[in-house]
Design a protein around this ligand. Structure first.
Ligand code: ATP
Ligand code: MG
Length: 452
């Protein structure tokens, strides 16, 4: 008989591995928010602040909460079997997210929870204690201690709810208070834009959940800009992948940049980011997981940049899509890739059309001509020869002067500061104002030249 030896991981070193599985602040907080969404919360409050001179983060919801047994069991890493069949709207899978996400950022995780008609319960993982004792020792708080925690972090529950508290957050340790406040402020901005995008589907519609960040209500951000002028809806497709699971694909074409407001353009991250973020938007049970990129289906292109394809995947297909505990990446199964490849031809063509159409519009400008060479795949801008004023001028000149003028106009076309304009248009689109050019100033300058 072979010998069976118990080689359970050493808690002290295991915890160090577990806390480095690749979450960042945004994806970690989102994993906690997933739980609040699953718990049918109507309001979710995220607060990042300095408490007793140290950074602390509280994520509180008014969902169905946990009783004492559920709370204690939920504190265990791997408290549920990933193969369990879960409800359609349950965003959980591994029974580990809350712990792993928290340990990636904080050395102290406290969960306080309440269900209807019962007392508030709370428990804490303190990794300093785990390391000191080299044992998975959970702290279960008394009623009095729980009350103390609630007043320290300003937590009040209605009928039911849960609060997750992070303390001893590694990235914020060692800063003076003023600097810490500033860093927290910056992180809050980035976190808000992550959440309003990744949870936007939960913030819309009749059963919308209210999200508050440091007491400010967050608006959703739809990456397809569906209700804006110039938005085009493309084809959609739904197909079953296996028993009980179907995938939905929807094509969206964003409005051209010239039709966007500054706020929308900023939300999209500016012109550069619109190009970088074209591609697939994959939602797992309505929560955005992947935001952009074509995953080898096609190349990122300047002309296809307005195309975005929404892919809706149910959690029942987690295995096929290789969902991991962080839920920040997925693998697209081969069969789905084949379907997507057929489907995206259309949006890319449409996005190209939107651009080509703009190209023709610019050709209509009486002073400039846009040459689009389809075969060479190149575009050039040159001064138009058809301008009546130019014709009038040319007939008054002798042959040599006409050659000089043509030479000058050719140079003017070739030397158009295209890179400078491109860069300014992307970073400060509203700054360029050609109306600032004054005829009188130019005339004055030319007269001076003449006099010399
Ligand atoms: N805000 C909450 N409200 C109610 N129950 C919660 C809340 N947060 C966590 N729980 C309970 O704790 C359990 C463990 O959460 P955890 O995030 O660790 O795992 P999970 O959500 O089941 O799966 P995953 O690892 O995929 O996130 C949940 O399954 C749920 O029962
Ligand atoms: Mg979870």
């Amino acid at each position: 008989m072979p010998e069976h030896i118990d080689l359970s991981p050493n808690p002290k070193s295991h915890i160090k591995t577990l806390s480095r599985i690749g979450y960042n602040l945004d994806s970690a907080i989102s994993d906690i928010i997933d739980n609040s969404v699953t718990a049918e919360s109507k309001n979710i409050f995220v607060e990042m602040d300095v408490v007793d001179q140290k950074a602390a983060l509280v994520i509180k919801d008014d969902g169905y909460g946990m009783d004492e047994d559920t709370l204690i069991n939920s504190m265990r890493i791997g408290c549920k079997d990933p193969s369990d069949i879960r409800g359609e709207f349950d965003l959980g899978r591994f029974g580990s997210g809350m712990k792993m996400a928290s340990f990636s950022q904080a050395r102290k995780l406290t969960v306080i929870s309440k269900i209807e008609n019962f007392n508030i319960q709370s428990a804490t993982w303190d990794l300093d204690l785990v390391e000191r004792e080299n044992a998975w020792t959970l702290i279960k708080h008394t009623e009095q201690e729980t009350k103390g925690l609630c007043s320290k972090f300003n937590i009040e529950f209605g009928e039911s709810g849960t609060a997750v508290i992070w303390e001893n957050i590694s990235k914020y340790n060692g800063y003076p208070i003023a600097e810490l406040q500033a860093i927290l402020g910056q992180d809050l901005v980035s976190l808000k834009s992550y959440v309003r995008l990744h949870f936007h589907k939960f913030m819309e519609g009749k059963r919308a959940i209210n999200f508050y960040f440091n007491f400010q209500k967050l608006d959703h951000f739809d990456p397809f800009l569906r209700n804006r002028n110039g938005y085009q809806e493309g084809p959609s497709q739904k197909f079953r992948v296996k028993k009980g699971g179907s995938i939905e694909l929807r094509v969206h074409i964003l409005p051209h940049e010239s039709k966007l407001t500054k706020v929308d353009l900023d939300n999209l991250g500016g012109t550069d980011q619109i190009t970088a973020n074209q591609g697939l938007y994959v939602y797992r049970a309505n929560r955005l997981i992947i935001s952009g990129g074509w995953f080898g289906l096609t190349r990122l292109s300047q002309l296809g940049k307005l195309a975005r394809v929404e892919v809706n995947v149910p959690t029942s297909l987690d295995e096929e899509w290789s969902t991991d505990v962080k839920k920040s990446s997925l693998e697209i199964p081969h069969k789905v890739k084949v379907k997507l490849k057929q489907l995206i031809r259309e949006p890319i063509k449409r996005s190209q059309k939107t651009y080509r159409y703009r190209g023709r519009l610019e050709e209509a400008n009486a002073f400039w001509k846009v040459n689009e060479n389809e075969r060479e795949k190149s575009i050039s801008y040159e001064i138009s020869k058809d301008k009546t004023l130019l014709k009038k001028l040319i007939v008054t000149l002798d042959k040599d002067k006409v050659y000089d003028l043509i030479g000058y106009l050719t140079h003017l076309s070739v030397e158009i500061p295209i890179h400078h304009i491109y860069e300014k248009m992307s970073s400060e689109p509203n700054k360029i104002n050609q109306n600032d050019i004054s005829y009188d100033d130019l005339l004055k300058g030319f007269k001076e030249l003449w006099n010399k």
